[in-house]
Design a protein around this ligand. Structure first.
Ligand SMILES: *[C@@H]1O[C@H](CO)[C@@H](O)[C@H](O)[C@H]1NC(C)=O
Ligand SMILES: *[C@@H]1O[C@H](CO)[C@@H](O)[C@H](O)[C@H]1NC(C)=O
Ligand SMILES: *[C@@H]1O[C@H](CO)[C@@H](O)[C@H](O)[C@H]1NC(C)=O
Length: 474
């Protein structure tokens, strides 16, 4: 990759663009080639979700000791997310004595007296509900607030996930009985049958560990997908990959065989730490080019094969103290804008009731502040708002499609108020249209003699009138 293109690779990304659509109303979702759409053949619904954790030791959706459920659901909506990936542990549906434990008892068992007092104050309706009913109440409230729900089986026992050696990584591992898995999926799918805003189920989180292999992936994932579809034909079925959900490359050579269609979505995870410290140890342009190439060959290629790809976990340390994460995210958001895939941010949570033995453990990747009332980092939210709306896809209308110049550092696009004013960054929906010439010069569509040129790495981009030498390519 030459100096010119690698410069642009990082700072600006060119993407095809049409104007964003209205807010989502919930109804059964289908797939149409690589897009998730409303009804069969309907307009695109871009999944712009946030992960809400409900699979840890207490098996209660986090944060209910800090704010009323209604307030949290509203906050999710007002932050621009249209959906929640709600995590649950298998035992919530297969272990009757766990499911019937009340929220209060679950906290008591772990000695979480502050959490009890908090839930009593903020969510008195929930404190004495059995865990499964509390889970249903959370799902219902999200729906009442127009937020879609994706049910994500995250672990077998209620606990933090995941490591290679936790006996929970692959079909047949010590704590991963495939028959119990199918049974649990069926129960969960049945429980939410006919609940229209429960739009999807992912079969399991982050397959991993020494036993993982491709033949078993096909065998069990197809079985699980059929079980979910049989129990609840309305939901999208989401299949995850190997190696902590970073690898679906085996689908380049072999296809999933299912009895149903228009319901299959693949998911992948991508964090800064997925690639170690590469973001701080290598030139960012080079790291981004290389890792993006990896992501494309491991999962991104599925879009080209006509399947939606749901980036169901990504995110960064929002305290701003992790440079590796900060740099990774420039690259992530550039690709997210260019490919316009569906996604779920990790996470909503600012702290956990109880995680890995620690009461009140902080979550630096969470969007909310300690009181679950405000956004921890407003500029981050501003930045991702550009990818919360679709750039393109079925029914995404408004003007003829054109290319925009996206600025990953801000999530804004290059715009101009009028022909004589300089270029500025602004909302992507007001962006100027651009086009590449054969000479790798970027030309304004409206004023054909205006172009942008980057001379060298580290130098500012120049805006100037297109000279004849460029036309001639000499
Ligand atoms: C079911 O849940 C209860 C309550 O949490 C727990 O004590 C028990 O060990 C669980 N049973 C199994 C088989 O894991
Ligand atoms: C959920 O995932 C765990 C592993 O994380 C697995 O052991 C279990 O069987 C799965 N259950 C369902 C119902 O998907
Ligand atoms: C963009 O450039 C190509 C040639 O480089 C040209 O064929 C096409 O018409 C241009 N599109 C617009 C909208 O100007």
């Amino acid at each position: 990759m030459g100096a010119f293109s690698s410069f642009f690779f990082f700072f600006f990304f060119i993407i095809v663009f049409a104007f964003p659509t209205k807010p989502v109303r919930v109804s059964a979702l289908y797939t149409e080639s690589r897009w998730v759409v409303k009804n069969e053949g309907g307009e695109r619904v871009k999944l712009a979700c946030v992960n809400w954790v409900s699979h840890l030791d207490t098996v209660v959706a986090e944060g209910l000791h800090k704010q009323p459920l209604e307030v949290i659901s509203n906050k999710i909506k007002s932050m621009g997310f249209n959906c929640v990936r709600l995590t649950w542990p298998l035992y919530l549906v297969t272990n009757e004595s766990l499911a019937s434990l009340t929220v209060r008892r679950s906290f008591q068992n772990l000695g979480l007296l502050d959490a009890i007092a908090g839930v009593e104050a903020k969510n008195p309706d929930i404190i004495d509900l059995p865990l499964i009913k509390a889970f249903q109440a959370v799902v219902k409230n999200l729906g009442d607030n127009g937020v879609m729900v994706i049910l994500d089986n995250h672990s077998t026992e209620p606990r933090w996930c995941c490591s290679s050696a936790d006996g929970n990584g692959f079909f047949g591992d010590e704590h991963f009985d495939p028959d119990l898995w199918v049974e649990g999926l069926t129960k969960m799918a049945t429980l939410f049958r006919g609940v229209p805003h429960v739009v999807a189920m992912s079969l399991r989180n982050e397959l991993r560990g020494p036993r993982q292999n491709v033949p078993d992936w096909f065998k069990y994932m197809q079985k699980g997908a059929e079980a979910v579809h049989a129990a609840n034909p309305d939901v999208l079925v989401i299949l995850s990959g190997l190696s902590f959900d970073t690898d679906l490359s085996f689908l380049q050579g072999q296809k999933t065989t299912l009895t149903f269609s228009k319901k299959l979505v693949y998911e992948a995870h991508w964090y800064g730490f997925t690639n170690g410290r590469v973001w701080v140890s290598t030139n960012l342009n080079q790291a981004c080019a290389q890792i993006t190439g990896n992501v494309m060959s491991h999962s991104g290629f599925l879009l080209g094969q006509g399947f939606p790809l749901f980036l169901s976990e990504f995110g960064l340390d929002l305290t701003g103290s992790n440079l590796n994460d900060i740099r990774y995210f420039h690259c992530f958001i550039a690709l997210a804008a260019e490919l316009d895939f569906d996604w779920a941010l990790w996470s909503l949570v600012s702290s956990y009731y109880f995680r890995e033995g620690v009461a009140g453990a902080k979550e630096n990747y969470g969007v909310l502040d300690a009181e679950w009332a405000h956004v921890k980092n407003p500029s981050f939210l501003q930045r991702i708002s550009s990818i919360q709306v679709p750039f393109r896809g079925p029914g995404v209308s408004g003007g003829s499609p054109h290319q925009v110049i996206f600025h990953p550092l801000t999530g804004l696009c290059v715009t101009r108020k009028s022909g004589i004013e300089p270029l500025v960054l602004g909302d992507c929906s007001n962006s100027e249209g651009w086009n590449y010439t054969n000479q790798q010069i970027i030309v304004a569509v409206k004023e054909k003699n205006m172009c942008l040129e980057a001379g060298e790495i580290g130098k500012a981009v120049k805006e100037h009138a297109l000279l004849r030498t460029h036309h001639d390519g000499k």
